[in-house]
Write a protein that binds this ligand. Structure first.
Ligand SMILES: [Zn+2]
Ligand SMILES: [Zn+2]
Length: 234
């Protein structure tokens, strides 16, 4: 049984998230059932932490960044523990936008009252230092250019909300083209939405390169779109 089917009935709009949440749930189950032989104890739990991060991030972004779900749906997700509320609260704070886990910043967990090595900006570390947070496998989650774009360096570090939203836009464009309607003509709503992508598109396009899909199509699509938007704005 899915974990969100257990208690209260989900509010309208929750179904928008369901395919991705179901996929993550299946992935999590698979990882939990997988054998841990040959792995260090901590390491065998990395996928669990990483998938939890990714699911929280997905829902967080769908609400705060893309506004694709209502507050009611978001709060339902928090209540159902589909979102790690403590982690999400940190993401709103400057410097913690990409934080991997609250464990990494709890000084009680580290000698000399420090934080995890993954919190240290890369320019401070000696070259060639291998960064891996022991708790979750994070490779660096400091903010800004010095942090990793994909903090886990695998598919669980991808930003699924961005991927989904871009895919939907692409499909909508294709449908509009079939109908003979120009997408670029620019209703105001459309412009506004693409402005969001302008800030984000490049960064996330690269992230997709880490996964199985090449992300190539979406990345090339990002270019002209961003350009067009700038012209509209000016
Ligand atoms: Zn980290
Ligand atoms: Zn971590």
């Amino acid at each position: 049984m899915s974990r969100w089917g257990r208690k209260a009935r989900p509010p309208p709009g929750f179904d928008y998230l369901e395919p991705t949440l179901a996929a993550l749930e299946a992935e999590l189950r698979e990882k939990v059932n997988e054998g841990h032989e040959g792995k260090r104890k901590n390491e065998s739990l990395w996928p669990v932490h990483q998938i939890n991060w990714q699911r929280s991030r997905y829902i967080f972004d769908m609400f705060y960044r893309y506004e694709k779900i209502s507050r009611e749906v978001y709060e339902y997700c928090v209540q159902m523990k589909l979102v790690d509320a403590a982690l999400a609260a940190k993401w709103k704070k400057p410097g913690y936008e990409k934080l991997c886990c609250t464990y990494a910043i709890n000084t009680k967990n580290f000698k000399f009252g420090t934080t995890s090595i993954c919190r240290v900006p890369k320019q401070v570390l000696n070259e060639g230092t291998v960064v891996e947070d022991a708790n979750c496998g994070c490779r660096g989650c400091s903010s800004g250019d010095q942090g990793e774009r994909n903090i886990f360096g695998n598919k669980y570090g991808q930003y699924l909300a961005g991927i989904q939203v871009r895919r939907e836009r692409k499909q909508a464009k294709a449908a509009a083209a079939v109908a003979g309607v120009w997408a670029e003509g620019g209703g105001e709503e459309e412009d506004e939405e693409e402005g969001d992508e302008e800030a984000e598109g490049k960064e996330e396009g690269e992230e997709e390169g880490h996964g199985k899909r090449s992300g190539h199509d979406e990345r090339t699509e990002g270019g002209p779109e961003m350009h067009i938007h700038k012209k509209v704005k000016a």
